[in-house]
Design a protein around this ligand. Structure first.
Ligand SMILES: [Fe+2]
Length: 317
């Protein structure tokens, strides 16, 4: 029998030094979905973000979408950003990230099939939860839990056809192959999502704090309607989010108490979890090796050196 992939160990969900290593290995080397252009509708308005303790501000400097710029929190440095043809804004938080095309080489054809600017921005909410950022991503990347955790969601999107397609640094979830523009869920490694379902669209970021067991959830909601119809959609999608939140807090308790340490991932239904956990594992291990070599070569030369990434990246010219 072929060997089955195991989950990351529980210690990876509870350790501060491990999070600091993830921060350097994963978060400083990634691109982040900040939102569709409709999130930045008003000229001069600023929208603030904080990802892995790096603060960003997005400002639309004119009516032209190309004048939506991303700045470091001091407002003097422009960060690298990328606006896709179908209107999604991505940005980096560090010089250590590769180019957008290198990070997402096969994202363009998929994004070309959906108009992400169709739905106006309606509302944002954020709050903290007692779980590691990976506890939430684990749940997002599979739908085995959907039938018992999300009874109302499962009526509209039965998990029968639910399929996850993994690409380089993103996953596409399809709830029903016959309704490709509804029940579309995109996961962007490491912590951003875009969800088109229930007649609206939401985007959420799973933002790690410095405490490995505390994560800030940030949600942005988009819908054609602004009145009761939006509230109806909002209630439906909030219910799903609350159910996931409660599940994550319970799962984290078990991880921290040592009740759950490591398990086997379902090779058919949990390929999304296998895919993203493997990315985390590979990046963290190679970062650890790199830093170990750097430290030992500096120790040998009598210099105690701890590798630190540059935190602010000037925009590409
Ligand atoms: Fe869920």
């Amino acid at each position: 029998m072929a060997s089955l992939t195991k989950t990351l160990p529980a210690s990876w969900y509870c350790s501060s030094p491990l999070y600091q290593l993830e921060r350097r290995a994963v978060f400083m080397k990634a691109w982040y979905l900040l939102g569709p252009v409709t999130r930045f509708q008003n000229v001069g308005e600023e929208v603030d973000y904080e990802i892995a303790q790096i603060r960003l501000t997005v400002r639309r400097n004119s009516k032209e979408a190309r004048d939506i710029k991303v700045y470091a929190s001091d407002q003097s440095t422009e960060m690298r950003s990328h606006l896709t043809e179908t209107g999604l804004l991505f940005a980096t938080i560090s010089a250590h990230a590769p180019s957008f095309d290198e990070f997402f080489p096969d994202l363009k054809p998929l994004l070309a099939t959906v108009d992400f600017t169709r739905l106006p921005y309606r509302r944002s909410i954020k709050y903290e939860g007692n779980f590691n950022w990976k506890t939430m991503v684990d749940g997002y990347q599979e739908c085995l839990h959907c039938q018992y955790t999300h009874p109302s969601f499962s009526v509209y999107y039965p998990p029968t056809f639910y399929t996850v397609y993994n690409h380089k640094n993103f996953s596409q979830h399809v709830a029903d192959p016959n309704k490709r523009d509804d029940g579309l869920f995109l996961y962007f490694f490491p912590n951003c999502t875009l969800n088109v379902y229930g007649g609206g669209m939401s985007s959420f970021r799973v933002c790690p704090t410095e405490k490995p067991g505390v994560t800030r959830m940030e949600f942005d909601y988009y819908h054609m309607e602004s009145g009761d119809k939006f509230e109806e959609y909002f209630k439906f999608v909030r219910q799903v989010a609350i159910e996931d939140f409660e599940l994550c807090e319970k799962a984290q308790e078990n991880l921290e108490k040592g009740i759950y340490t490591e398990g086997i991932l379902n090779p058919v239904k949990e390929t999304g979890v296998v895919f993203y956990q493997q990315r985390v594992l590979d990046l963290v291990c190679s970062q650890h090796e790199k830093e170990k070599c750097l430290n030992s070569s500096h120790m040998a030369s009598g210099n105690k050196y701890v590798a630190r990434p540059r935190l602010v990246e000037p925009a590409a010219s």
